[in-house]
Design a protein around this ligand. Structure first.
Ligand code: C2O
Ligand code: CU
Length: 486
């Protein structure tokens, strides 16, 4: 048993084997926090905004003095941020100028199936061997491009988009295919939250770098079930926030709103401020605003989860430095805030945030169990004993009715459901909502040998959708299942 400085028993380290960088790494807190640029539409009409994104390689200076080749949306790492209105349609033409096939999924989107990013609905590369004509599929696709339509008929929330290519999501997200998609609405606009440059996305992802600056990722996948180096998922030694290693950001001594996304392939974080009594006031989760704010001393965040939080720096003096660390990794650095000056703060956190209401547990509804385990029809990761098979629908789910889904695990798995968010009903047999389970979620972290029940209802869109583990290496090793809404 290891003891941390405050005398508590240390939490178990990350399960996966740590990938260590060979490159010269910068000292922490030297590089400024980048803010991903907001994507501009190429045109708009009464109902929709139209965008074009080019997926391409780019050579970026992530580590000072070295070049890292990324695969990025518009060549960026992370990709550009979509900042859109609830109820207005976003149409994105994705152009693939990479040399591999890709698929785009809007994580948390209530998206019609043809635009949801089915893992075989490839955008073929415009050149190279994968561009073979006979592999061309669906209707709205011409070689090298595909148009995705997102109706955004959902409340304000912090969503993200990322690659979802069958068997290759892990390496392709790792190389850069991820970005934010923020939906705003009037309910949220009317709240006195910090805004403008006091509303900041924090997209956290771990990466390892080879001596020349290129990304390190375990070699080509050995096939499902193999005892590969990344059976537990890839965890790496450099923490990037918005694409910069251990960055620093100057703040006024006021409240800030941080939209935190864990975009890591497999790493969990328990975010805390190493110095000072600062706390996080959670205002939103994956699916938008909570009903009331919830205070946390730390934030435990699994891959793909989002926490929308407000942090008040007013207790600090100009010159103070506040370091965000990961308590699950011996207080490893994440980033630092430097308090620069006192300033006027007109923001506030109302006692009531939204009309979202916790739905009481219904009786007499359909129940389904989803077992996330190792073994079954192959020796790797499975759901209900089966490796992902795009031809097999593991469930047929009627629209507009509640169902209670039970998630059961062997080891730790962050479980994600496409199309609709859910509410956690119980965890480990306890009906009292656990600290990090508030609000509408689309990803829920199931701890080893734990049982979590959620209440789910799909209100629109018939078609094929996915449930899977969001440890991306588990997902690539077939821990994914298809269901059909009818
Ligand atoms: Cu964030 Cu099916 O994925
Ligand atoms: Cu998993």
């Amino acid at each position: 048993v290891t003891l941390t400085s405050c005398g508590q028993e240390a939490k178990p380290a990350q399960a996966g084997e740590l990938l260590r960088s060979k490159a010269k790494l910068p000292a922490p807190f030297q590089l400024p926090l980048p803010i991903p640029p907001v994507k501009k539409p190429i045109r708009s009409d009464a109902k929709a905004d139209y965008y074009r994104v080019v997926q391409r390689k780019a050579s970026l200076e992530i580590l000072p003095g070295l070049k890292t080749e990324v695969m990025g949306y518009d060549g960026l790492f992370p990709g550009p941020t979509f900042d859109v209105r609830s109820g207005r349609t976003t149409v994105v033409e994705q152009v693939n100028e990479l040399d591999v096939s890709t698929v785009v999924h809007l994580h948390g989107g209530h998206t019609p199936a043809p635009s949801d990013g089915w893992p075989l609905d490839f955008i073929m590369p415009t050149s190279g061997e994968h561009g073979d004509h006979h592999m061309m599929g669906g209707g709205d696709m011409t070689m090298g491009r595909r148009t995705y339509t997102y109706p955004n008929t959902q409340r304000a929330a912090t969503l993200w988009y990322h690659d979802h290519t069958m068997d290759y999501t892990g390496p392709q997200v790792y190389r850069g295919l991820f970005g934010l998609h923020l939906i705003r609405d009037d309910e949220e606009d009317n709240l006195p939250f910090p805004n403008g440059d006091r509303e900041i996305p924090l997209v956290i992802a771990d990466r390892a770098f080879d001596a020349d600056g290129s990304f390190l990722y375990p070699a080509a996948k050995d096939g499902p079930g193999v005892e590969s180096a990344y059976m537990e998922g890839v965890v790496a030694d450099v923490t990037l926030v918005n694409g910069a290693p251990w960055p620093v950001h100057e703040v006024d001594a006021v409240r800030y709103r941080f939209r935190i996304l864990n975009a890591s392939n497999a790493r969990r974080y328990e975010l805390a401020f190493s110095n000072g009594p600062a706390e996080f006031v959670q205002i939103g989760s994956d699916g938008g605003l909570l009903d009331v704010p919830v205070e946390h001393q730390t934030i435990v965040i699994a891959p793909a989860e989002r926490f929308d939080v407000i942090v008040d720096f007013s207790q600090y003096q100009p010159g103070d430095e506040v370091t965000l660390v990961n308590k699950l990794d011996n207080n490893a650095n994440v980033m630092r805030f430097k308090v620069a000056r006192k300033a006027v703060d007109e923001s506030n956190i109302p006692a009531r945030l939204s009309s979202y209401a916790v739905t009481p547990r219904p009786t007499g509804v359909v129940r389904r169990e989803w077992r996330f385990r190792r073994g079954g029809d192959h020796s790797g990761w499975t759901i209900n004993g089966k490796a992902f098979d795009p031809a097999v629908m593991q469930a047929q789910v009627k629209l507009d009715q509640y169902e209670i889904w039970t998630f059961v695990t062997d080891v730790h798995h962050p479980v994600h459901v496409h199309l609709a968010p859910f509410q956690v009903l119980s965890r480990g047999g306890k009906a009292k909502l656990a600290e990090f389970d508030h609000g509408w979620k689309d990803t829920v972290d199931i701890r080893p040998a734990e049982v979590v029940e959620v209440l789910v209802k799909f209100t629109a869109h018939k078609g094929k959708y996915l449930i899977h583990c969001h440890n991306l290496e588990h997902e690539d090793m077939a821990m994914m299942a298809a269901f059909e809404t009818i």
